[in-house]
Design a binder for this molecule. Structure first.
Ligand SMILES: C[S@@+](CC[C@H](N)C(=O)[O-])C[C@H]1O[C@@H](n2cnc3c(N)ncnc32)[C@H](O)[C@@H]1O
Length: 194
């Protein structure tokens, strides 16, 4: 079974309730100015839905089609309740395997890129600056090695302290949060493209 199939099965087995984003992740996303935002490895859209609710136009990308279908359903459900005063979330979805060399070609340029709860490969990171407009932000926030120690979650999917500090010389690191030193399970990097 492929890795995408494994994720598809997880999404198929979930309840029909829309995903809730942990407050810690919401607080980081709230720093981003509304604009055209790329949510990479979006899953079933916890971050995309939160961002769209704050006025972002989101392109949500994942290789798990079942996650994307769930996200599309949550958008449709929102449209159905529009008469209750809710705004339609502006979210487009795209099925893409981020491990492929041309994964990001033709997506356009963005005011923000977010990568939450997904550890990007160096080759993917290197290609992100060319997708950013001047003044754009890149937020990477994912689990650190404390999470591995507490849960047994594979360490290779966890961020080591400062692991990405020097990974993106084309960008300026404006905020780094070392979760281990704060008793938190996430490490976070906010970069700016000047
Ligand atoms: C832990 S989930 C995080 C989902 C979402 N970012 C969130 O925080 O709710 C990781 C996601 O990465 C996706 N993923 C893993 N490898 C991928 C790849 N090579 N290309 C695209 N998506 C991938 C999975 O399908 C899954 O939806």
């Amino acid at each position: 079974m492929s890795r995408a199939d494994l994720w598809n099965r997880r999404y198929r087995d979930k309840t029909s309730v829309a995903p809730e984003l942990p407050v810690e992740l919401q607080q980081s996303l709230a720093l981003l100015p509304p604009g055209h935002t790329l949510d990479l490895a979006c899953g079933d859209g916890a971050a995309s839905l939160y961002l769209a609710g704050r006025g972002h136009r989101v392109l949500a990308v994942d290789f798990a089609i079942e996650g994307l279908k769930r996200l599309q359903r949550f958008v449709t459900d929102s449209v159905a309740s529009e008469e209750l005063g809710k705004r339609k979330p502006e979210i487009e979805t795209r099925e893409i395997d981020l491990s492929l060399p041309d994964a990001l070609s033709g997506l356009g340029r963005f005011d923000n890129i977010v990568l939450l709860r997904y550890l990007p490969e160096t080759s993917l990171l290197q290609r992100l600056p060319e997708l950013m407009t001047p003044g754009a932000y890149l937020l990477i926030k994912t689990l650190n090695s404390d999470y591995h120690r507490q849960t047994g979650f594979p360490e290779r999917f966890c961020l080591q302290p400062e692991a990405l500090k020097d990974s993106l010389p084309a960008l300026t690191l404006v905020k780094y949060e070392n979760g281990l030193s704060q008793g938190a399970l996430y490490d976070s990097y906010l970069y700016l493209f000047k």
